[in-house]
Design a protein around this ligand. Structure first.
Ligand SMILES: C[S@@+](CC[C@H](N)C(=O)[O-])C[C@H]1O[C@@H](n2cnc3c(N)ncnc32)[C@H](O)[C@@H]1O
Length: 256
């Protein structure tokens, strides 16, 4: 079965982040596969719909919504992700079989950039190598939450000659390589910043790029309580919170 797809990064929150390349790609698509992830998530669904309405010039496309299963939060993280991706792969295969014709182009609108903590490319890769589909897909990059965080705080992600590591909050809790440069932390369900050395600089952002954006920066010791309070109250208000933060230490001064 021949199938053509586009994986389009739509930016992390602000419809103005959608690039000209993404708009051109969206205008070639016949079917948009729109995930419905429950809780957070009506808002994210609405944003994807708004993006289609705003940027697509004709109306001869259709939206096919599908439910995404919840990933288990118990047991081993990596194993859970693999099991979850397997379930999603089966859902994608069903969509490709039942909701996309050979002469049509289908698309997934991926939050932020498809290369960063997103399973779409790996899942399509598995589908392509299984041999069931003759799958042809293009990838359009998007503005990730990492870039949006830096831009909205008006800071670079690294200073001269320094490195940048992007990691999950889970990894941050296990080991913190701050001496090796700068660290961006994503997927923080628990507020892992609370246990950090107070001397570290943090640039924190929630709902970045949206009208609910909140930015806080300073030394961890001065702002961690504020961030925790703001984060909890935002989570209560919206039912979900999505935050990303940059950690860095001041460069060492003087010789030893
Ligand atoms: C599954 S990952 C997807 C990342 C996405 N592909 C990207 O390029 O930003 C979700 C994580 O991205 C971060 N994130 C995405 N959008 C965000 C936003 N608008 N504000 C703050 N953090 C965001 C959060 O750390 C969240 O837990």
């Amino acid at each position: 079965m021949k199938r053509s797809l586009m994986v389009i990064g739509i930016g992390a929150g602000n419809p103005d982040y959608v690039t000209v390349q993404a708009i051109k790609a969206m205008n070639r698509v016949s079917v948009f596969f729109i995930p419905n992830k429950g809780t957070k998530k009506t808002e994210l669904l609405r944003l994807r719909r708004d993006i289609c309405e705003r940027f697509i010039e004709n109306s001869d496309y259709r939206l096919v919504e599908f439910d995404i299963p919840e990933r288990s939060k118990y047991g081993r993280y990596k194993q859970n992700v693999e099991l979850w991706r397997e379930e999603v792969r089966r859902i994608y295969e069903k969509l490709l079989t039942e909701s996309l014709a050979e002469d049509e182009i289908g698309a997934f609108l991926v939050w932020g950039d498809p290369s960063l903590y997103d399973g779409t490319l790996s899942i399509l890769d598995t589908i392509g190598s299984s041999g069931t589909f003759d799958l042809d897909f293009e990838v359009i990059p998007g503005i990730s939450s990492v870039q949006a965080l830096a831009a909205n705080h008006k800071v670079p992600l690294n200073r001269i000659g320094e490195s940048l590591t992007i990691m999950t909050a889970r990894q941050l809790s296990e080991a913190f390589p701050i001496d090796q440069g700068n660290v961006v932390v994503m997927l923080d369900g628990q507020g892992a910043f609370r246990s950090l050395d107070g001397d570290i600089n943090i640039h924190w952002g929630a709902y970045i790029g949206t009208e609910d954006e909140i930015l806080v920066s300073g030394k961890v010791r001065d702002v961690r309580d504020d961030i925790e309070r703001i984060r909890n109250s935002a989570r209560n208000e919206h039912g979900w919170v999505m935050d990303t933060y940059l950690l860095s230490k001041d460069p060492k001064t003087g010789g030893e």
